[in-house]
Write a protein that binds this ligand. Sequence first.
Ligand SMILES: Nc1nc2c(ncn2[C@@H]2O[C@H](COP(=O)(O)OP(=O)(O)O)[C@@H](O)[C@H]2O)c(=O)[nH]1
Ligand SMILES: [Mg+2]
Length: 256
Amino acid sequence: MLTVVIPTYQERDNIEPLLKRLKAVKDSWSEPLDVVMVDGHSDDGTVAVASAMLAALSLGRLIQPPRRDDLAHAVLYGIHHATGDLIGVMDADLSHPPELLPALVSAIRKQDRDMAIASRYVAAGGVNQWPWRRRLLSQLGNVMAWPLVRVADATSGYFVCRKDLLAGLTLESRGFKILLEILVKGCVHDVAEVPYQFTDRVHGRSKLGIRVLARYLHQLMRLYVYRWRSPCRHLVTRASSGVPWSVESVGESRHG
Ligand SMILES: Nc1nc2c(ncn2[C@@H]2O[C@H](COP(=O)(O)OP(=O)(O)O)[C@@H](O)[C@H]2O)c(=O)[nH]1
Ligand SMILES: [Mg+2]
């Protein structure tokens, strides 16, 4: 089963089209799919719209950490509550087409990979409508991560991985790019990159800002130190049992 974790903050107008598209994917696919939306205490109506639609479409549920969270914390919180053997992570803003999920899952199940990344930077992938400055920043982010992980789009926010891949990893909720954190700490090499066209959001605003960039640089620095202290000794780190992963434990309040 695939559990899709979707962090949301002030995404009211994107929820309906996103959940309708996810429902269409679910209905035309043999893989069981459910959705865990993790809301960062939006006050624009996201919670009410999402909770009602998730229930009406029998797609999943919306949860909220007790406090206002960050993006990385929201994703980890969602993974913690996910029940599928596969975990997907995607934005709520329609930048990440839900129709790609079957290709991502198939790359894992049929090619026996640990992870499939929706990639903007492999052949046939790309970004639509980005100003050159955002393109440059994104490319730069990947170039800076290249010595750590040999994937073209290590800063993608859209991926699917085996949940047991996370076994034993301590992922930091103050980190920003969870994918990069998993790739580095898990020494994940068995990765497929599936091309897609990133489309910029139509509704709402990106939360990417200077603070987020600074956090990315900080995260990179910590990951370089981490890799220097603990080099990868083996290629695949697929654990079979035990505590799946660790993150500071916080209570839960549930909606819908
Ligand atoms: N729960 C939670 N979700 C967030 C937060 N910040 C952003 N998001 C969501 O995370 C996803 C990525 O954020 P987005 O603004 O699209 O960043 P961008 O894609 O880098 O421009 C979107 O679905 C947002 O609604 C946050 O602080 N908490
Ligand atoms: Mg986005």
